[in-house]
Write a protein that binds this ligand. Sequence first.
Ligand code: CMP
Length: 138
Amino acid sequence: MQRTFSIIKPDATKRNITGSINKIIEENNLRIVAQKRIQLTNEQAENFYDIHKDKPFFKDLIEYMTSGPVVVQVIQGDNAITKYREVMGATNPDNAKEGTIRKIHALNVQENSVHGSDSEVNAVKEIDFFFNLNEIVG
Ligand code: CMP
């Protein structure tokens, strides 16, 4: 059993499709064990995406991630980190496989509806960023 961290991004909360995204997550045998809808501050978004701070898209990314509410989630299951990345599909929806969240819902490479941790180290870090581990019922 493994946990990963997910964000349902502003393009998706705006379009009221968080339920549709959660349905895809659950249909793929992943369990949402914690979630909350929050408005990210600039500081939170900048800290969260610190590894991208030198990328040309960083400023736009922070603007977009703070443009509306997000739903932060902890997702649990066998091999959850890799599994969720498969369920999300490629970062750029043009390259995402049929049936993936991004193929179905993402608008473009930035407004790509969801985020998922890319490694175990980052999953722990990202979950800790938004949740109190003691409060999660697995
Ligand atoms: P995510 O998986 O959350 O990680 C970084 C985010 O930056 C990514 O999803 C996209 O929202 C955004 N992103 C990644 N690559 C690009 C790009 N080439 N242009 C604009 N935004 C990008």
